[in-house]
Write a protein that binds this ligand. Structure first.
Ligand code: ADP
Length: 372
């Protein structure tokens, strides 16, 4: 079988055998012609020989020299045998060291392919094989994480859909059985549930498209102040109803942003919707846009709502995360508004984060690159 072990051992033995063969040829050359010439030269020096050239010379190699040369050849043979044996032993040892971890890696890969995402391999060396083992473990780790996210997402979606669907089913069945009167108020409430469901499905679609990189962004030079004012004016009616004061502050000489105006509008709308949802009557919402020294546009949306507890702050941009589940669900939030904000901002080369003080309010920040 042409395994890696076989190839490595064969390479070692071949190198050892070749070295010995080349050495033997050179030594044999040296011990026949050159040794003979040396003996003749020595004899000449001592006046024992005629001192003629090499061609046609009588060989100076006698019985004693023949024996010496025979012994030399024997030693060479033995050297060759020992060299090949040592090469074989080292080859087997090294091949085992390289091949064993690779075999374990192959078995672990098959296990992951068969669905065992908990499979990991031991990293026993710092060389290239160790590097591959490291890379394998990171790959298995991220596969397991993605699988868990996927499972959680399916469970979350099922949970989100169940409540409004149960309400709808109960109400409609009651009306069909004539137990519940289809009054305009009840029909309005049913309609609200359907609107909530449609929004959830639309948000989920948007989120899954952007996560899969299938949502197209068309970045262009965008007048952010104009977009901000447009979004703010569309929220005026709701703000007035809750007696919330809304203001916009745009730094002078602000350059345009390099952004997709539709996506930027949605980011601002989602953040403003949240601010309006969570800010109590007579509160304040401020939108500020400024430029940072590294040519980024910094947006901030602050409110005087209940704030977000420190323990929840790192997770609010995750889909379906709700700091206070009952309150958010009651206000009709889909729980993925901020997840969409994060995806939209990051896809356009920006960053998003939030700070908050319990009882005082929250500030949501995001950046976008300025147009050149
Ligand atoms: P939802 O549709 O539930 O508002 P989001 O993804 O928009 O979902 O927000 C996630 C969670 O972050 C909310 O459920 C809420 O707990 C918290 N949150 C978001 N914005 C604010 C805010 N302005 N003030 C207080 N809490 C907020």
């Amino acid at each position: 079988m042409r395994t890696l072990t076989f190839k490595l051992i064969a390479a070692f033995v071949l190198v050892a055998a070749l070295s010995v063969i080349v050495l033997s040829i050179l030594i044999s050359q040296a011990t026949t012609t050159e040794f003979d010439m040396y003996l003749q030269h020595m004899g000449q020096g001592r006046g024992m020989m005629g001192g003629r050239g090499v061609a046609g010379m009588v060989s100076a190699i006698g019985a004693a020299e023949e024996e010496f040369l025979g012994n030399m050849r024997n030693y060479l043979w033995w050297t060759g045998v020992v060299a090949v044996a040592v090469a074989l032993a080292i080859g087997i040892l090294l091949a085992r060291q390289i091949v064993l971890p690779l075999r374990k890696l192959a078995a672990a890969t098959r296990a992951v392919a068969a669905g065992n995402l908990k499979q990991r391999v031991q990293v026993t060396s710092q060389d290239e094989v160790g590097e591959v083992a490291h890379a394998f473990n990171s790959m298995a780790e991220s596969l397991a994480k993605n699988e868990e996210l996927r499972r959680n997402m399916v469970a979350d979606i099922a949970h989100e859909l169940r409540t409004p669907l149960t309400v709808l089913q109960g109400q409609v069945e009651g009306m069909m059985d004539r137990v519940v009167e289809p009054t305009p108020e009840r029909l309005t409430s049913l309609h609200d549930e359907i609107v909530h469901l449609s929004r959830l499905v639309a948000d989920l679609r948007t989120l899954s498209l952007v996560e899969a990189g299938q949502l197209e962004f068309h970045p262009a030079s965008t007048d952010v102040a104009g977009i901000a004012r447009q979004i703010m004016s569309s929220a005026m009616a709701e703000a007035a109803q809750k007696k919330i004061s809304v203001s916009t502050e745009v730094e002078e000489g602000l350059p345009p942003a390099l952004a997709d105006s539709d996506r930027l509008s949605q980011v601002l709308r989602n953040l403003l919707d949240n601010a309006l949802h969570y800010t109590p009557e007579s509160g304040q919402i401020k939108v500020k846009i400024a430029q940072t020294p590294d040519r980024q546009l910094l947006f901030s949306i602050s409110d005087t709502g209940p704030g977000i507890p420190d323990k929840d702050l790192p997770y609010i941009f995750e889909r379906f995360y709700r700091a206070d589940a009952s309150r958010s669900q009651a206000t009709g939030g889909s729980g993925i508004g901020l997840a969409i904000v994060k995806q939209f901002v990051e896809a356009q080369g920006g960053k998003v984060w939030a700070t908050s003080q319990a009882g005082k309010g929250s500030i949501f920040y995001f950046t976008l690159p300025a147009a050149k």
